[in-house]
Design a binder for this molecule. Structure first.
Ligand code: SF4
Length: 366
């Protein structure tokens, strides 16, 4: 789609520098060599944030400058490797960074018009949750701010976006500086902080750092089991940061911001989906008003788990509701395109072993 022509002022040069990330030196050198004024950088960011697909669309830049930038400064830090679109409109993309690290992102289209993206904060993940496709991959590295925001810009070039969740590959709280820097840029791309959610499996130092900043970004905790032994079994991070300490940090977030913390709970058949597990969860989530539970249907991703039956998920939700805990069942999206983060990479690694029909999941890994 065509971007809206931007105005001449009001955009942050700092934002532009942050977007460029690894290319900052190259851009600075290029602009300097070309004798261009400083405001050119802000002009380029305006166009980019509004969905321009390349320098050639930036019509308030001299044509010669557009040509020079196209030849000398890469437009994105990410190279698109694969893209798939689900029957329900979900779009999934697999990128490589400049050093060949895989990165996955998803855009979900909802009937009410929302366009929500799920972005990655790391390539791979060091935390090895046993139900997660990303957790089976080797950890690469933290993504730069540029690599995070370039995921959003990719989808913005398809259509306007308005919600973002950091729930893709990686643990965002382990890369929080770059995640928050991306949050500062997302409003330019169409996603306000109030419509942005950072999800964690319970990396306590990151949650404490998150609590110390004042952006109105939402917090989500992937909890998945209230029983400590079970939680440690499926989420080894629980051994390092026990759930009660993590929940204390979440309660602090709620008290200080008056924003509920989303609790993500993936429904694993015969593992964490019994009525007793729902009662344990309700008992752990006190006060109930501080939390809202999202129950996530799960389908096999080659990790050895099965998803709970719909009726089981419904009963689990009813138990929570009866205990006074707000709870909903998340819509599954992108079931036909391996839309759980980590799945595209995992599928490529196991292409001979995993059929596309088996690659069914919700929109995110965590
Ligand atoms: S669920 Fe999240 S934190 Fe756990 S291994 Fe997967 S990406 Fe990492």
């Amino acid at each position: 789609m065509q971007p809206v022509a931007p105005g001449a002022t009001g955009w942050s040069q700092i934002a532009w520098f942050m977007v460029l990330g690894m290319d900052l030196e190259l851009l600075s050198t290029t602009l300097e060599e070309l004798g261009e004024p400083g405001f050119r950088a802000a002009q380029v960011w305006e166009w980019t944030a509004r969905g321009a697909t390349g320098y050639d669309e930036m019509t308030n830049l001299p044509e010669s400058l557009r040509a020079e930038l196209a030849a000398r400064v890469p437009f994105s830090t990410l190279e698109l490797i694969d893209q798939a679109e689900s029957r329900d409109g979900t779009v999934k993309a697999l990128f490589h960074t400049e050093d060949g690290r895989p990165v996955e992102s998803v855009m979900m289209r909802y009937r009410d018009g929302r366009r929500s993206i799920c972005v990655s904060s790391q390539s791979g993940c060091p935390l090895t949750c046993t139900f997660c496709a990303t957790g089976t991959m080797a950890f690469g590295r933290n993504l730069t701010t540029a690599e995070i925001i370039d995921q959003a810009l990719f989808f913005r070039r398809i259509e306007p976006i308005d919600h973002c969740v950091f729930m893709g590959m990686g643990e965002p709280m382990m890369n929080l500086d770059n995640v928050l820097a991306a949050c500062d840029l997302l409003p330019d791309v169409g996603v306000t902080n109030r419509r942005t959610t950072v999800s964690t499996v319970g990396w306590l130092p990151g949650i404490e750092q998150f609590n110390a900043q004042d952006r109105p970004v939402r917090l989500a905790l992937s909890l998945h089991a209230a029983d400590p032994t079970l939680r440690s079994k499926i989420m080894p991070v629980n051994d390092r940061y026990p759930l009660e300490d993590v929940l204390d940090a979440c309660r602090k977030h709620w008290r200080e911001t008056n924003r509920k913390v989303f609790i993500e709970y993936v429904m694993l058949a015969g593992v964490n989906d019994h009525t007793k597990h729902a009662k344990q969860l309700a008992a752990a989530l006190t006060p109930h008003g501080a939390f809202k539970v999202n129950l996530i249907p799960y389908n096999p991703t080659g990790t050895g788990y099965d998803g709970s039956a719909r009726t089981t998920i419904g009963s689990f939700r009813d138990t929570l509701l009866a205990a006074g805990v707000p709870a909903t069942v998340r819509l599954t999206r992108g079931q036909d395109i391996a839309a759980a983060c980590g799945q595209l990479v995992a599928d490529k690694l196991q292409a001979a072993a995993v059929s596309e029909d088996d690659a069914v999941m919700t929109t995110a890994a965590t």
